[in-house]
Design a protein around this ligand. Structure first.
Ligand code: SF4
Ligand code: SF4
Length: 359
């Protein structure tokens, strides 16, 4: 007997079915909201009804026991509803201020920082990198931890910066952590072409697949041995795609892999519209576990942004206003020719003028 349409599993349920009752009752009728304190926002509806969002930072991985504890809090304070956000937060909607404050206290007691609202550092997001992914050039989990520990108070303070700051970390240029659209992005980089192990490639890899996989046409069948491949180092951009297709190709290189730093991206279409982050530091050595050079550079960038930007100005908007040359000087970052956007098809971002005002 075939299953009916309703019995089949067609992905997630409609989002309206999952809304907390207060949101369903007031859908489309919210009049305004105000920040009560770090991590708590009061929403007021046309009907006069109120709701309080409570937000707390959570790790990317949670144990089943922790999820059960969070669900118990939702049962106690929010009619059983909670939400995990894509930015590694948990959000609850409480019906009144007292429940919101008590819930925030319970979250703090369990070790989750309440915050992430207003002009603060938003929760730092990162890809799975070495915990699940073979492409990683850098351990984005330990980078995110080092950054989070350094800027922990800025997550809790709703007036920490002129405008919200989003930091994201990706283990490689695939940017699974949405790094291209973050105010500050840390991206792991490979810096040498992959090494081909002929004996393995001959046995387990498909040469046509490998040739087809390379975005820059750097791979071709090997001269004198067409069962293996050779790589044109001039054309290789170290993306790692060939490596993910064939275990006879090795891209990891502990001597040369590391991280790059990008600044000024944002996803929202407010004011200047969405912006891509731009490269400001092409390479830093891996320094697990504290990543002190990277953390120090991010601290300097955040300090000059805090001191110089206008209220409401995102980092990319501030830099566009003062000029990238001045940003490099203020943040005491050495300019490298590698930071010049010279991709010939990038007509939107390509700097076509010849004038640079570097100090
Ligand atoms: S960004 Fe790179 S390392 Fe991170 S999960 Fe994606 S492919 Fe893997
Ligand atoms: S790393 Fe990327 S660019 Fe280099 S050879 Fe492999 S697929 Fe081509």
């Amino acid at each position: 007997m075939p299953l009916s349409f309703d019995e089949l599993d067609f992905g997630p349920p409609h989002y309206r079915d999952m809304l907390p009752p207060v949101c369903r009752r007031n859908y489309g009728k919210w009049k305004y909201h105000e920040h009560v304190r770090g991590g708590i926002i009061r929403h007021v509806s046309e009907s006069g009804e109120e709701a309080y969002s409570v937000r707390a930072g959570i790790p990317k991985y949670l144990s089943a026991d922790t999820v059960i504890e969070l669900c118990e809090l939702a049962e106690r304070y929010c009619e059983g509803y909670l939400k995990f956000t894509s930015r590694h937060n948990i959000e609850f909607i409480a019906g009144d201020r007292e429940s919101a404050e008590r819930l925030a206290g319970e979250l703090e007691r369990l070790g989750f920082p309440v915050g992430g609202t207003g002009r603060c550092l938003k929760a730092i997001i990162h890809c799975v990198a070495m915990s699940h992914c073979h492409m990683a050039a850098a351990d984005s989990l330990s980078i995110a931890k080092a950054l989070y520990e350094e800027f922990y108070e800025d997550f809790r303070n709703p007036e920490a910066f002129p405008e919200r700051v989003k930091i994201a970390v990706s283990g490689c240029l695939n940017m699974c952590g949405a790094t291209h659209a973050s105010d500050i992005a840390v991206i792991g980089v490979h810096r040498r072409p992959p090494v081909v192990e002929d004996a393995v490639v001959e046995k387990v890899c498909s040469v046509p697949e490998l040739v087809k996989s390379c975005p820059t046409y750097a791979i071709k069948p090997k001269r004198g041995n067409p069962r293996s491949v050779e790589i044109d180092e001039e054309k290789c951009v170290y993306c790692g795609i060939c490596y993910s297709l064939c275990e006879g190709i090795r891209i990891h290189d502990p001597e040369n892999d590391g991280v790059s730093l990008w600044v000024g991206g944002k996803a929202s279409n407010t004011r200047a519209g969405p912006l891509f982050a731009r490269l400001v530091v092409p390479y830093m050595k891996p320094e697990q576990p504290r990543w002190s050079t990277l953390v120090g550079t991010v601290r300097r960038i955040l300090e000059v942004y805090r001191e110089n930007a206008r209220r409401g100005e995102r980092m990319g908007e501030w830099i566009e206003r003062i000029g990238w040359e001045r940003f490099f000087r203020l943040a005491e970052i050495e300019f490298s020719e590698k930071c010049i956007d010279d991709w010939i098809f990038s007509v939107e971002t390509f700097r076509r003028g010849t004038n640079f005002k570097m100090p």
